[in-house]
Design a protein around this ligand. Structure first.
Ligand SMILES: C=C(C[SeH])C(=O)N1CCC[C@H]1C(=O)O
Ligand SMILES: [Zn+2]
Length: 557
């Protein structure tokens, strides 16, 4: 469909939404006795960006599709300039993951931002005005209030702040350890003893997950690591096989199998016919209970094997709530939708499970191999937390006006430095717009959902592992991080019960259906990583690593 065609259908749908909204506002729905019907009206009483006058909605769509096009068509040159059509997936992501040449990493890091964020700065400023205009037309003060309404939680931002405060000590231990290993690898000239970590050395274009540093950060380098990418390649894994394996895990729990439409209509690898594609992985629901799809430019790596489970989690949720009324065909809250696949992936990634599926020769019952595994999970999950927070803490500040449009980039780096303890390879300025280098900013996808997911997935995992008799808080022989719920129908039944609710009840009810709790709680995450946290404290003490980082060096002027 052409962008003009997409725009026309967007406007047509906005007219439909506005007519429906007008009808709803004429009903005294708040006095309806039936809780389920009242909840449906409450959802329909919110209009979102369709509240904008058509000319402003057209501008909103044009700005967003322009920024997304800039992002998805960006190409950069390699370090020596011999090739200038490197795309993010797979070329630049592969370099950021595997290169150990600081000069090459710095070049790619800077070039990507030069060709994406920097080109979006003015569009984004205008875009923010339209988001706030839409918010006000919905009776909200700004875009932040509009975005957080879906959580229906009065003190949501302070709950997030409290969760981060609880997890900061664990993050600081991991940060100190990783900085120490990077300093050993690159030398003190490149990585200091007490400063922030250079962002381009962390194995990821946005420093959001550090799992690609396992070779440098493995606690016991001589022992097996659990990155089974080599085995996947040796066994001739294809993108299709990766998704079939994921489907098999879901059905082993008694969950709904992928549909024929899914297998016939999904795009599981980057097309080689020159079609431009937004390669960022995504899942799609066509709301008929059968036509569900994934779009993913899959590469044969363990990282993408885990991402496949993440996306399949969205698909399973779509299938489970397919019989709900239309307005309830979504997650209990956006964090729930992001947590489903990741919860199952916590079982899939265990050495025990990788052996079951033939990707690990043997599971050595060796505490050092175990620590290598825990480190691999922490490099993804713990490292991610402050990034997940920064992405929307910055946007909440921009929408509310706490962050002025003249300070967009330096306020971004103030948060990146303060919460993540990272610094850019070169001092940045307000001529740059580094937030635009991350898909979810031009794509206008809220991000706190991933922070919420990384907390609640451990609550779900802990509850399902107890149900599957794979974890007993009082039995050190069965620690949480070794749990694999594969094949357990009881755990699957408990998960399906929550998934089938969709958004028909407030999210604490859905949380209670699985965990017995009614709020987000970081205790399960801390329980999971306790053995590693103890090890990190000892290791950092022995190596006299400094915990925390200096923030006096300028990162943006
Ligand atoms: C996989 C998806 C699509 Se819903 C994603 O955007 N994620 C999953 C983890 C965090 C975030 C990212 O890639 O930045
Ligand atoms: Zn997702």
């Amino acid at each position: 469909m052409t962008s003009a065609g997409m725009l026309a259908s967007r406007l047509e749908y906005a007219r439909f939404e506005k007519d429906r909204w007008k009808q709803v506002t004429q009903v005294d729905w708040k006095s309806i006795k039936d809780e389920n019907v009242k909840r449906q009206f409450k959802v329909l009483s919110k209009l979102g960006t369709a509240a904008l006058p058509e000319d402003r909605l057209e501008k909103y769509d044009q700005l967003q599709s322009g920024m997304e096009r800039t992002y998805s068509t960006a190409r950069v040159c390699n370090l020596n300039g011999t090739s200038c059509d490197l795309s993010l997936e797979p070329d630049l992501s592969e370099i950021m993951a595997n290169s150990r040449d600081p000069e090459e990493l710095e070049h790619v890091w800077l070039a990507w931002r030069e060709n994406t964020g920097k080109k979006m700065r003015n569009s984004y400023k205008e875009f923010v005005e339209l988001i706030n205009e839409a918010a006000e037309l919905n009776g909200f003060s700004d875009g932040t209030e509009l975005w957080l309404d879906v959580y229906d939680t009065a003190d949501f931002q302070s709950q997030i702040a409290r969760l981060w405060d609880q997890l900061t000590p664990l993050y600081e231990q991991l940060h100190a350890y990783v900085r120490g290993r990077l300093r050993q690898h690159y030398g003190e000239e490149v990585v200091s003893r007490d400063g922030p970590i250079p962002a381009h050395l962390l194995g990821n274009m946005w420093s959001q997950s550090w799992g690609n540093l396992l070779d440098i950060c493995k606690p016991y380098p001589e022992k097996a690591s659990v990155d089974v990418t080599p085995q996947m390649k040796a066994q001739g894994y294809t993108p299709l096989k990766m998704f079939q394996m994921s489907d098999e895990f879901f059905t082993s729990l008694g969950l709904i199998p992928m549909t024929p439409e899914f297998w016939n209509r999904s795009i599981l690898e980057k097309p080689d016919d020159g079609r431009e594609l937004v390669c960022h992985a995504s899942a799609w629901d066509f709301y008929d209970g059968k036509d569900v799809r994934i779009k993913q430019c899959t590469v044969i790596t363990m990282e993408y094997f885990v991402t496949a489970h993440h996306e399949m989690g969205h698909i399973e949720y779509y299938l489970q709530y397919a019989r709900q009324p239309q307005v309830f065909k979504t997650g209990a809250n956006p964090g729930f939708h992001e947590a489903v696949g990741d919860t199952l992936a916590l079982s899939v990634a265990t050495p025990k499970h990788l052996k079951k599926i033939g990707l690990l020769e043997e599971v050595i019952n060796d505490p050092e191999v175990d620590m290598n595994f825990l480190m691999s999970v922490a490099l993804d999950k713990i490292a991610f937390l402050p990034f997940g927070y920064v992405m929307d803490k910055w946007r909440w500040g921009v929408f509310s006006g706490d962050i002025s449009e003249d300070d967009l980039n330096c306020e971004w780096w103030k948060l990146r430095l303060g919460l993540q303890g990272i610094e850019p390879p070169q001092v940045r300025s307000e001529m740059d717009f580094d937030p635009g280098a991350k898909y979810h900013i031009p794509g206008n996808v809220p991000y706190i959902r991933y922070f919420v997911s990384f907390i609640i997935q451990f609550q779900f995992h802990k509850a399902l592992c107890i149900t599957a008799n794979q974890y007993d808080p009082n039995d050190r022989a069965r620690p949480l991080h070794q749990c694999d719920i594969y094949n357990n129908k009881e755990a699957g039944k408990k998960l399906a019960k929550m998934l089938s609710m969709g958004a028909s009840k407030p999210w604490p009810d859905a949380m209670e259906a699985i965990t017995g709790q009614r709020e987000m709680d970081a205790t399960a995450l801390r329980d999971y990583f306790q053995p590693l946290e103890d090890w990190l404290k000892r290791e950092n003490q022995e190596n006299q690593e400094i915990i925390g980082w200096k923030t006096d060096e300028p990162v943006c002027t």
